[in-house]
Design a protein around this ligand. Structure first.
Ligand SMILES: NC(=O)c1ccc[n+]([C@@H]2O[C@H](COP(=O)([O-])OP(=O)(O)OC[C@H]3O[C@@H](n4cnc5c(N)ncnc54)[C@H](OP(=O)(O)O)[C@@H]3O)[C@@H](O)[C@H]2O)c1
Length: 362
C-alpha cells in the first residue's frame, strides 16, 4: 500500500460523473478517505455504494469494519460560501484535504449554436433586416460582427459569396466528445426537439448560458482550489488535479464557452502551480480525449454498436483507434497526485487522448 495515499483525504468534485466516479473508486482503493462532491445527492450515493467495497481490505470476509464510508457532500462548486462550508466540514470531520480533484464541469445546449460557421442566416436570425441589395460581401477572413453584439448593425457585410452553411445532417465536428454536458443537458450534437426545431447560429445563443458554462468550467475549479488549497498549505502540502480537454489546445466547433474555459484551465493550472509551489502544493491537469460515456455513446456510436459519422471523424483522428474509458485516466491521475513519483512535477497539463492531439488526421 502506497503511504502517499493511505488515509489521506481526497476531495473529488464531479464525483457522480463518468470520469470522476472511476477516479473516486481508484483513490478509495488506494486507501484515501474520499469526499464525493456534486450537486445531485442520488448520483453521489450511487457511487458511494460501489466505492465502500474498494476500501483497502474491506472486501476481506468479516472485515466490514475496515470500510471507510465516503463523505457524501452535495454542493455546487460555483457557490463560494457552500464550498467554504464544505471545506470547514471536511477539516473538522476528517482532517485537511490532501488531494483535490476538480472534475466538476459540463456544457449547456443553450450555449451551442447548431450551425458551424457564419452565414447569411446569422443576419436573419438576429432579427436585423437583410443587407441592402448590392451591398458588398466580405472576403473570406474579413471581420464578422463582434461576438456578443445582439444584432449586426444595419448594412453590416454579408458573408462571402459561396460561403457555406453546413447542411442539416452534414457531418458535425468531432468536437463534442470532450464537451461533456452538465447534468440534464444533452450532448452537444444531440438534436432534441428544441435544436431540431430551429437552426441557431452563434449570434442566437443565450449569453446567460454562455456565462454559466464559463462559470462552472473556470470558477468551478478556482473556488474549490482556494478553499482546499489554503487548507493544504496550512497542513504542509498537497496536490490538485484539474480537468482540461482537447478544447484546451484548439476550440472545437459549437462549444465556444466550454473551449474558452478549458483553455483557461491550462493557464490557471500554471498560475496556481507557480503560486502554490512554496506551500508544497502541486497543481496539474489532465486533458482527456474522447472518453465514451452514456451520452456520448449515443452520438459517437450507432444503435448496432458501429460508429456514427461523428464517431468516424473522431476515430480518423485517433491513432490508437478507439475511444477512451475512464480507466485510461487512472494511471496518469495517480502519478500526478503522488508526491514521491511526481515530486518535481507541477503546472503541467497531460493529454490522455490516444494520440488525438498528435494526429493531423491526414
Ligand atoms: N468525458 C469526456 O470525454 C471528457 C473529455 C474531456 C474533458 N472532460 C472533463 O472531465 C470532467 C469530468 O467529465 P465527465 O465525462 O465525467 O462528465 P459528467 O459525467 O457529466 O460528470 C460531471 C459531473 O460534474 C457535476 N457538476 C456539474 N456542475 C457542477 C457544479 N456546479 N457543482 C458541482 N458538481 C457539478 C455533475 O453532477 P451534478 O449535475 O449532480 O452536479 C456531473 O456528475 C469534466 O470537467 C469534463 O469537462 C470530459
Amino acid at each position: 500500500m502506497n503511504p502517499q495515499f493511505q488515509d489521506k483525504v481526497a476531495v473529488v468534485t464531479g464525483a457522480g460523473g463518468t470520469l470522476c466516479s472511476a477516479i473516486a473508486k481508484h483513490l478509495a482503493a488506494l486507501g484515501c478517505k474520499v469526499v464525493l462532491v456534486g450537486r445531485t445527492r442520488e448520483k453521489l450515493e450511487k457511487v458511494a455504494e460501489t466505492l465502500a467495497s474498494f476500501a483497502p481490505g474491506a472486501s476481506a470476509p468479516g472485515r466490514a469494519d475496515l470500510r471507510e464510508k465516503p463523505l457524501i457532500a452535495p454542493c455546487d462548486v460555483t457557490d463560494e460560501a457552500a464550498v467554504q462550508t464544505l471545506a470547514e466540514r471536511v477539516l473538522a470531520e476528517w482532517g485537511p484535504c490532501r488531494f483535490l480533484i476538480n472534475g466538476a464541469g459540463g456544457n449547456d445546449p443553450a450555449a451551442m449554436p447548431t450551425r458551424l460557421r457564419f452565414s447569411e442566416e446569422d443576419l436573419r436570425a438576429s432579427g436585423s433586416p437583410p443587407p441592402p441589395a448590392g451591398s458588398t460581401s466580405p472576403a473570406a477572413g474579413s471581420p464578422t460582427p463582434a461576438a456578443g453584439s445582439p444584432t449586426p448593425t444595419s448594412g453590416s457585410p454579408s458573408p462571402a459569396a459561396g460561403s457555406t452553411t453546413p447542411a442539416t445532417g452534414s457531418p458535425t465536428p468531432a468536437a463534442t466528445g470532450s464537451a461533456t454536458p452538465a447534468s440534464g443537458s444533452r450532448s452537444p450534437d444531440s438534436s432534441g426537439p428544441r435544436e431540431a426545431a430551429a437552426s441557431r447560429g452563434f449570434f442566437d445563443i443565450d449569453m446567460a448560458a454562455f456565462r454559466r458554462v464559463l462559470e462552472i468550467n473556470t470558477l468551478g475549479t478556482v473556488i474549490p482550489s482556494r478553499a482546499f488549497g489554503l487548507q493544504m498549505a496550512r497542513a504542509g502540502g498537497g496536490a490538485i488535479l484539474n480537468f482540461a480537454s482537447m478544447n484546451t489546445y484548439r476550440p472545437l466547433t459549437r462549444v465556444a464557452p466550454y473551449a474558452m474555459a478549458k483553455a483557461g484551465i491550462a493557464n490557471w493550472t500554471q498560475f496556481f502551480a507557480q503560486y502554490m509551489a512554496p506551500a508544497h502544493v502541486r497543481v496539474n491537469a489532465v486533458a482527456p480525449g474522447f472518453m465514451v460515456n452514456e451520452r456520448s455513446r449515443k452520438y459517437l456510436c450507432t444503435p448496432d454498436g458501429g460508429l456514427s459519422p461523428r464517431g468516424e471523424q473522431v476515430m480518423a483522428h485517433t491513432p490508437m483507434g478507439r475511444f477512451g474509458e475512464a480507466e485510461d485516466l487512472l494511471g496518469c491521475v495517480e502519478w500526478l497526485l503522488d508526491d514521491t513519483r511526481a515530486a518535481f512535477v507541477t503546472g503541467i497539463t497531460v493529454p490522455v487522448d490516444g494520440g488525438f492531439l498528435a494526429s493531423a488526421g491526414v
